[in-house]
Design a protein around this ligand. Structure first.
Ligand SMILES: [Zn+2]
Length: 392
């Protein structure tokens, strides 16, 4: 069956559909789905799927198609991609919305992130149908909104509300076809954004010994924060810390009374975001114990996300890695990444996931975004093999 499905894959259909979807402009902002959403709906209906528009908020129409399997107890596979893209920006050598073919690649915004993935999934379903494949489990195909702005009515809504309202099965495995050059991303860093204000005591700039410089104290605090242990993880780079903003003092000849800085801390598991915040508080307490002139007047966080990791023993991960090795020269290896994207919501519900797909992650969101046709076709072959092996 796998061979028959592969022989039914139509490269020209795939290329043309990728171009057509790029040409339907969906920059976010402004996130206008009025053209792409009906387009995806009729595409999925044309493939013979049961289609629902899952709209948790006006103007946020996720489109989801279901191909029900023969075994009601069979596993459900979700193949997922987002319909929005980042704005085109400047400096392109080509028209970013024309989906021109040059040097063996399709160029334009969304060519690799990720209209190509929607086209691949549609092409695979078309080939599966033509080959007479009957899935044992269920296949869900989702085209979601608002990935690029991490909105609450995209994938989050589909996974937490939409599927339930439709009475559709919850996915046993969520394959998000984001461009990773087919690395299989399964572990994602956590992050906390923290704001700290240090209070000093003002004095004449000519006699700093009479005051307490909040800036000097902040310098010592940041030195200690940067000296925190950087924890490591087998699948992703070690913890990182960035000072995003720093502000303090009023005038050159006054000892500064106040200094405020914001920090972006990215950390690997096992560590919850609460524990990550505690690491900051420990450094502060330590400094307060040893320096009576050191005072923190404000400590707050304004963003926190726990690290997430899927079950690394999930058999689907081996299946996927095998398909990647069988149909490309990529290593088919497990990896980690900064952000889980749509799969975050599945993992929160205990679902198993992989974020993996064709396309070079280093050129997305740039004016060099393209997808080599070879990678596009290879991508369809890998997804087709995976669906047959997972649901067959
Ligand atoms: Zn993306």
């Amino acid at each position: 069956m796998e061979k028959r499905v592969q022989s039914c894959l139509d490269e020209q259909y795939l290329i043309k559909l990728t171009q057509d979807l790029i040409r339907v402009r969906t920059p976010n902002p402004p996130a206008d789905y009025s053209e792409i959403s009906p387009r995806m709906k009729s595409l999925m209906e044309g493939l013979g799927l049961n289609v629902k528009v899952m709209e948790g908020f006006e103007g946020k129409p996720n489109v989801v198609g279901l191909w029900a399997g023969t075994d009601p107890e069979g596993p459900t596979l979700l193949v997922d991609g987002h319909m929005d893209v980042v704005p085109a920006g400047d400096g392109w050598d080509v028209d970013p919305w024309a989906a021109e073919i040059r040097d063996g690649a399709i160029w334009g915004r969304g060519s690799a992130d990720m209209k190509h993935a929607l086209a691949i999934t549609a092409s695979v379903i078309r080939a599966l149908k033509q080959a007479g494949f009957t899935p044992r489990g269920n296949l869900l195909f989702s085209a979601t909104v608002d990935d690029e702005t991490a909105g609450l009515f995209g994938s989050k809504y589909v996974i937490e509300e939409g599927l339930k309202l439709a009475g559709w099965p919850r996915p046993a495995f969520h394959l998000l076809l984001e461009p990773t050059n087919w690395d299989v991303d399964v572990a994602f860093k956590g992050r906390v954004w923290i704001k700290i204000t240090v209070k000093g005591k003002s004095a004449h700039g000519g006699s700093p010994e009479k005051g307490v410089s909040a800036i000097v104290k902040m310098m010592e605090l940041t030195r200690r924060l940067f000296a925190m242990e950087r924890h490591t993880h087998p699948l992703m780079p070690a913890d990182t810390l960035n000072i995003g903003t720093i502000e303090g003092g009023e005038k050159t000849n006054i000892v500064p009374e106040s200094c405020t800085a914001t920090f972006d801390y990215r950390f690997v598991s096992p560590c919850s975001s609460d524990q990550a915040i505690q690491r900051f508080q420990d450094v502060i307490s330590d400094m307060e114990r040893t320096d009576p002139d050191f005072h923190v007047s404000e400590f707050s966080w304004f963003e926190k996300r726990d690290p997430t990791e899927t079950d690394l023993k999930a058999p689907a991960l081996n299946l996927l890695c095998d398909c990647i090795k069988d149909y490309s020269d990529r290593p088919g290896r497990l990896a980690g990444s900064l952000s889980a994207g749509n799969t975050y919501w599945s993992m929160r519900q205990g679902g198993r996931i992989a974020m993996s797909g064709p396309g070079d992650p280093s050129i997305i969101h740039t004016n060099k975004e393209c997808i080599p046709i070879k990678d596009l076709v290879e991508g369809a072959r890998i997804v087709a093999a995976f669906v047959v092996r997972f649901l067959g």
